[in-house]
Structures are given as C-alpha cells and as structure tokens.
Design a protein around this ligand. Structure first.
Ligand code: FES
Length: 387
C-alpha cells in the first residue's frame, strides 16, 4: 500500500477522532463528521478514505470498529516499533513516559543523554544511558526509531551517528531541519512554529479588542489558511503541500492565495501560478453551489456509472473537474463512495443518491437547479420589498 504523505499525515487525526467517538458510544463515523471536525473539504476526505476499501452505509458512514481497524492497519500501529529517546531534558523525560504511545504500537525502550550529571540517574522506569551504549541497545533491542529531544546544537552530529548505527526513522523535536541521506525518514516537530499560530491568534484578538477592523482576517477560512502555511517551513519544496492544504480549506485556490503563498515562500507569483495550473488536482475557480461527485468505483462502474457521468457532462456542458458557467454545479468523479449496495451512486454536497439511471440523475440535477433558482429569486424579492 502506497499512500500519499498527505493522506498518511491525516489518517492519525481521523483515527484519534474515531477512537474518541467510539468511547462516547458512537457506532458509525462518516466523511461528513470528519469534514466538519477537521475543516477539510468532504470530497478530499472521501478520496483519503477510498483507499481503505471500506463499505459504508448510506447516510450513516463507516462502522466505527471496522474504520479503526482499517486505519490502524494502514498506519502499522498494530505492530510494535521500538524507539529510543535522545535527550533527557524535560521534553525527553515527558516523551519517554507518555504511556499513550503504546496504544499506537510505539514502545520506548531506552533514554540517552551525553551529560555526565544525568547519566546513571533514573527517570521513572528508565535509567539514563550514555551515548556510548547506543550501538549495543539499538542492535540488541531491535530499535527502529530515534526520538530526538535535544537542542539544535549537536542534533546533526547525533543524528548522523544514529544513521551510521542503522536508524532510518527519526522523530525530530530539535529546532532544526535535519539533513540525512535520502533513505532516512525524518518527521520534524516544530514547536515554535506551532506556538506562533497561537501568538498570531492572541495578536488578532488584541487587535480586535483595540477596535481594529475584523476584516483583517476574512473569517475562519483565512485563519485556517494561515494555519496551513504555518505547518510548513518556508521552502520551495513545500509549495505543493501548501497548495493542497489551501485547496482543502477554501475548496479552490484564489488569486489572493497565490499572492500570499508567493510572499510566504519568497518565490514569484508566476511560479506559484505555474505549478497550480500544471497539476490537474488544483482548481483555480470556485466550485459550484452543488458539487456532484459521481462514483466510478467497481460496483458503480458495473451498474453503468460511466453513462451517468457522460450524461451529466453533456447535460451540464462541463468536463470533469469543471464548474458550469452559471456556477451552480461542479462535476467530478470519485473512487468508491462506500455505498456500493445502492450502486450506481452519486453524491451532491452531503447527500447520497443511489440506484441511479440517466433519466433519474438528470431529473435530480434539474430539480436542484430549479429549487435553487427559485429560492434565490424569492430572496431577491423579499430583499427588494424590505428595502
Ligand atoms: S459506492 Fe462503492 S463503487 Fe460506488
């Protein structure tokens, strides 16, 4: 199974929410719940989950135990991975003794430091070991992961030593970007950057309390986009993940987003625009009021989903990934929507429509459009009357 890194980053959050909901007695979890909780476009959540091969129930979602098992299987948390912690300061001690890691298959087996004052003393169940013992511990205990909770100074040297001793997986809390050979996987945790998101919010509230204009941030979307930026270092290498996150939040990438990304990364607008237009996955125009997702999974394909998709393309005069000129509909195809029992299926915004044929599909779409236009007309009339 080869999932994109973005999906792998999001799955743990889905898993934690599912475990939490299960504890509260929920029996199902749906893409709509995940979307609302994480502010991620529901269609992107569906794409993430389509790789899990789960069968969902229409309007209910996925059975929660199956969902948890499938995510755990993908994340490999059903097997135990041994790790060592390097750095027995406050953070290293806290990490070493965090018992919840065992729920996810992480077992910390030793704690190291190079300070003579700390070596030999005990932290809960760990005796702090000198770096000289690294080789022996890594080999005899089958350690796969090193967790670095040391200052930036010296982190590169220690990481290089660990690499030579066979460690290929690094969880790095040291405030620097580790440079290691390509076969090393490094997950950096930038605590300072995370704090800066909060400091931004404090600043913003102070600004508001001092009579500043609230439009300084255009509501939740802009805050979430700011948060998306902050997850990434200011490096050109992060252009695509930032574009992906911004699209997840807004549903598309606006001209203003392109400008902000170019300022954040210090690269020309034209470069950002060039990358955003090169990849099909990025949309530069707002999605329609109704987002139609036609399922093209196997069960739906067998039952004629291609005809349905083609009839929608003809009827709405759009291609896949496009929005109608009146901005009412966007059309896309997706992998299994988890409702195979009512195949062929499409989803429009949050709602499933099953057992489709071409006539039924087009009448659903036409009715939605008629209702939408008459609601709009009624709102205009009542607005004019009260003016
Ligand atoms: S809903 Fe499963 S293949 Fe379409």
């Amino acid at each position: 199974m080869d999932f994109s890194l973005r999906i792998v980053e999001r799955l743990p959050r889905y898993l934690q929410l599912a475990c939490h909901l299960k504890e509260q007695g929920h029996e199902f979890i749906s893409s709509s719940i995940l979307s609302k909780h994480f502010f991620i476009d529901q269609n992107n959540i569906k794409k993430d989950l389509s790789f899990l091969n789960l069968n969902g129930k229409p309007n209910k979602g996925y059975e929660i135990n199956e969902f948890i098992s499938a995510v755990k299987m993908v994340l490999g948390t059903t097997t135990v991975n041994r790790a060592i912690v390097i750095g027995a300061g406050n953070l290293g001690r806290a990490v070493s003794n965090y018992s919840n890691f065992s729920n996810y298959g992480l077992k910390i087996v030793a704690l190291f430091d190079d300070s003579p004052e700390k070596i030999g003393s005990s932290v809960e169940s760990f005796k702090i070991l000198p770096l000289d013992n690294l080789s022996e511990v890594i080999t005899t205990l089958g350690v796969k992961i090193a967790i670095l909770t040391i200052p930036a100074q010296g982190a590169t040297k220690v990481a290089g030593l660990l690499y030579k001793l066979g460690i290929r997986y690094f969880w790095n809390f040291a405030p620097l970007h580790l440079k290691l050979p390509d076969d090393a996987i490094v997950k950096n945790e930038n605590l300072a950057a995370s704090y800066m998101f909060l400091s931004y919010q404090i600043n913003l509230n102070n600004y508001r309390n001092n009579g500043g204009k609230i439009e300084m941030v255009n509501g939740d979307i802009e805050k979430r986009i700011y948060e998306a930026f902050n997850k990434y270092a200011k490096s050109r290498d992060n252009l695509i993940p930032i574009l992906q996150d911004v699209q997840d939040v807004r549903g598309y990438i606006s001209k203003d987003d392109i400008k902000k990304i170019s300022e954040y990364l210090g690269i020309a607008d034209s470069k950002v625009y060039g990358v955003a237009t090169f990849y099909n996955q990025f949309k530069l125009i707002p999605p329609g009021h109704f987002q139609i997702s036609v399922c093209r999974g196997t069960a739906c394909h067998v039952k004629g989903s291609l005809n349905i998709l083609n009839s929608l393309k003809d009827h709405l005069k759009v291609e896949i990934g496009q929005t109608t000129r009146d901005k009412i509909f966007s059309l896309q195809q997706v992998a299994c929507l988890g409702a195979c029992s009512i195949a062929p299926v499409m989803m429009i915004n949050d709602k499933f429509y099953g057992h489709l044929d071409v006539a039924k599909t087009l009448s659903i779409v036409d009715k939605l459009k008629a209702d939408y236009l008459s609601e709009k007309e009624a709102a205009k009339t009542s607005g004019a009357a009260s003016a």
